[in-house]
Design a protein around this ligand. Structure first.
Ligand code: KG4
Ligand code: ZN
Length: 349
């Protein structure tokens, strides 16, 4: 039988994504983002994101179909992100996907957004994930280290942030430094001109009492924290303000980034080596960070771990990853979810 044609729909944050795959072949990855509408608020405003999804849904589906050169009637199944994410944003995508499925008589699959990020690895190359796979997801909304035994049945959370997401930390610190939103790219650029050792900022959750040992792990061995770091940056900024001296933006940015990258890479390598992970897939918008990629790749290489970073358009939120995971479920003969499910903002892996 021919490979299934699957449409994936993503609306968990500010991207309305519609991807279409045939088996493991990517036909289109169409994305409409409402980011421009959030810029003046310095963060994603859920109400605005939800409304934007509502407006973008039909046009994005139409564009995706045209781009893939297929008709809606040819689609074999629809997959949609059911969580985790912003409640209202998820509800729009889920309701729209249900309506589309009912109107066209297509089977519908509910998809976990975090697992879908890993689903990117299914695209191309025969559609097989490497064995002993792990994933590092770093974005404005999530920061997770995952162990992927089987993408459709056994994905485990090894560690995550206990407060701010990595991207959120970049955005908040950028604001403190008077840089533009979203803050990741701005800090990345500023840091390139700065001294990463100019300020010694804290490394969240790396103290012995949190880490413990391999035999006797502490409570947060693989977890991360960025809110203390943000507070430390705020204190430095205040000190310069009080002294009426200009903030050394590049040095603060570089030192902040060094702390984030150090913590993420150390925790990731530790989680991977202690769980027999030999290939690490990176995902999320912060995977665009050149310093993070460099240090994660270097430290992983020392332990024989191969790092895979997909093209950025597949790292940030998109419908192609949802379609890829949906396609795998169809191929495995997994029964569709149907329409009796609801969006779940706090859906675990
Ligand atoms: O995956 P994404 O596009 O959207 C979600 O949050 O789901 O990630 C956006 C986040 C923002 O917080 C942004 O500041 C951060 O990714 N980001 C970066 C870089 N480019 C984007 N962070 C660090 N360095 C970058 N080059
Ligand atoms: Zn995401």
């Amino acid at each position: 039988t021919a490979d299934p044609l699957v449409m994936g729909i993503e609306s968990s944050c500010d991207e309305t994504g519609v991807g279409i795959v045939r088996g493991t072949e990517l036909l289109t990855n169409t994305v409409s983002s409402s980011m421009a509408e959030h810029v003046r608020f310095g963060g994603v405003i859920p109400e605005i994101a939800s409304r934007a999804h509502l407006e973008a849904f039909v046009p994005t589906v139409r564009t995706a179909l045209a781009d893939a050169g297929v008709r809606m009637a040819e689609i074999d199944a629809i997959a949609v992100t059911s969580g985790p994410g912003l409640a209202g944003a998820l509800m729009v995508g889920v309701a729209a996907a249900k309506a589309l499925a009912v109107a066209t008589g297509k089977p519908l699959y509910a998809i976990n957004h975090l697992v879908a990020h890993v689903g990117v690895g299914l695209l191309g190359d025969g559609g097989e994930l490497p064995p002993h796979l792990g994933a590092l997801l770093v974005s404005g909304g999530h920061t997770e280290i995952l162990a992927v035994q089987d993408i459709t049945s056994d994905v485990r959370l090894l560690g995550s942030t206990i407060d701010d997401a990595a991207g959120e930390a970049y955005d908040k610190v950028a604001r403190l430094l008077g840089l533009s939103y979203p803050g990741g790219p701005a800090i990345d650029r500023a840091a390139a001109e700065g001294d990463p050792e100019a300020f010694s900022f804290p490394r969240g959750l790396t103290a012995g009492k949190y880490m413990g040992s391999a035999e006797n792990p502490g409570p947060h061995r693989y977890d991360m924290s960025f809110s203390g770091l943000k507070t430390a940056v705020a204190r430095v900024v205040e000190t310069f303000h009080a002294a009426r001296r200009p903030i050394p933006v590049a040095d603060v940015a570089a030192s902040f980034q060094e702390s984030v990258v150090d913590v993420i890479s150390r925790k990731t390598v530790l989680a991977c080596t202690e769980h027999g992970i030999t290939t690490l897939l990176m995902g999320g918008g912060v995977a665009a960070n050149s310093r993070l990629r460099e240090v994660v790749t270097q430290r992983c290489a020392r332990h024989g771990i191969t790092v895979v970073v997909p093209p950025l358009s597949l790292c940030t939120d998109n419908g192609a990853m949802v379609a890829a995971l949906g396609s795998r479920l169809v191929a495995q003969g997994v029964a569709p979810t149907g329409i009796a499910f609801t969006a779940d903002p706090g859906l675990p892996v």
